[in-house]
Design a protein around this ligand. Structure first.
Ligand SMILES: *Cc1c(COP(=O)(O)O)cnc(C)c1O
Length: 399
């Protein structure tokens, strides 16, 4: 059976999600094989030498490359429209590898304040130990981004939509600001995935993924990815990874591959359920405010429509009665899983102020807009009428 590998440039993201990257082997397997091997053997001493010198491409050791991981990488790169993708052991190691691969002591990052909590910790507490400082700015205050840039700034970092308040940043505008000052724009595209948003098309230089979320989509594995040009990824970032070692395991890569195949249908179903739930919450008399980019009332609704191909699965809302009311709603649910995770087929419910954002001081929390009455939902793929009924069981008890 001859190898039959498609040229991703000829196909849409959806076709690439199902087909790209698989180089069918001599066994003629239909599904992608897993290569659980730490190392690879050579025909002879000369071939070994050629692999190590880089004269001959090919696998050496799975800390560097592995065929299953490569299939995942080629598939996700094709979906994002990037030249190269590098799989990593987690979303956080994708961010760490990007920073340590590209930056050195004395360099500076400007980052949105509204990013994943652990990323705030990495930028705010860990990287300063190595001489890399970060200035945090408001996601949609474009003047603040530009003002924060210094001669030492190398990277601008953001997530859009923000979590949990779903603010939408104009990626093209931030790319312009970044490039005007010779900086790179890094976008964590975890919440949208390439199905809903392709940051490279708007001028972003590097995309980060936590594959743990929607790419897997069923809460099985932890992993991450970096997507961008060969130029940026090959030397510095891949060089860091093969030396430091936060690489993706072949088994996890295989799980993520299977996740990518259904990503398109899952994302559309997440979006559909989330919009119906957001609309229902918005007219509910016990609900004060709903945050969802798909609502006409959302301040960046038009930008979300222009930049995204769907509004995502994250919906947040505020109830009257502060933390007690929010906890009441959370504890009354039966279907929603009480967990801080997101991007799963199973819907989850989170009290941001006391979990994902508990480390912030009261003052920082007010500044970030995380009120005690805020509840965040990651809307899954259950029947939306059952989800409404589940939330209603708590909402009905509120005064
Ligand atoms: C979860 C998450 C991360 C970190 O990913 P891990 O796989 O948990 O390391 C980074 N960014 C965003 C937006 C996330 O939601």
């Amino acid at each position: 059976m001859t190898a039959k590998k498609i040229n991703p440039a000829e196909y849409s993201a959806q076709t690439n999600a199902v087909r790209a990257g698989h180089n069918r082997g001599p066994e003629g397997e239909h599904g992608e094989p897993i290569f659980p091997t730490s190392s690879f053997v050579f025909e002879n001493a000369a071939e070994a030498a050629a692999r190590f010198s880089g004269d001959s491409p090919g696998n050496i050791y799975s800390r560097f490359t592995n065929p299953t991981v490569r299939t995942f990488e080629e598939r996700l790169a094709a979906m994002e429209g990037g030249e190269r993708c590098i799989g990593t052991s987690s979303g956080m190691s994708a961010i760490l590898s990007t920073c340590l691969g590209l930056l050195k002591a004395g360099d500076h990052i400007v980052s949105s304040r509204s990013i994943f909590g652990t990323t705030v910790g990495l930028f705010g507490n860990l990287l300063p130990k190595f001489g890399i400082e970060t200035t945090f700015v408001d996601l949609i205050d474009y003047d603040a981004w530009e003002k924060a840039i210094t001669a030492a700034t190398r990277l601008l970092f953001l997530e859009t939509p923000s979590n949990p308040l779903t603010e939408i940043a104009d990626i093209a505008r931030l790319a312009e600001i970044a490039h005007k000052h010779d900086c790179l724009l890094v976008v964590d595209n975890c919440l949208c995935t390439p199905i809903l948003q392709k940051p490279l098309e708007y001028g972003a230089d590097i995309i980060i993924h936590s594959a743990t979320k929607y790419l897997d989509g069923q809460g099985r594995c932890v992993g991450g990815a970096i997507v961008g040009s060969n130029d940026l990824l090959s030397e510095d970032i891949f060089g860091f990874l093969r030396t430091a070692g936060p690489t993706m395991s072949p088994f996890n890569a295989w799980v993520f591959l299977k996740g990518l195949e259904t990503l398109n249908v899952r994302m559309k179903a997440h979006c559909e359920n989330a919009l119906l739930l957001a609309q229902w919450l918005e007219q509910h008399d016990k609900v004060e405010k709903v945050y969802y980019p798909g609502l006409v009332s959302h301040p960046q609704h038009q930008l979300a429509k222009d930049q995204q191909n769907g509004f995502g699965g994250l919906v947040s809302f505020e109830v009257r009665g502060g933390k007690e009311a929010a906890w009441n709603v959370i504890d009354s649910t039966e279907l929603f899983s009480i967990t801080a995770n997101l991007g799963d087929t199973k819907s989850t419910i989170t009290h941001a102020a006391t979990t994902t954002h508990h480390r912030l001081t009261d003052e920082q929390r007010v500044e970030a807009g995380i009120k005690p009455e805020l509840v965040r939902l990651s809307v899954g793929l259950e029947d939306v009428e059952d989800l409404k009924r589940d939330l209603e069981s708590g909402l009905i008890k509120l005064s």
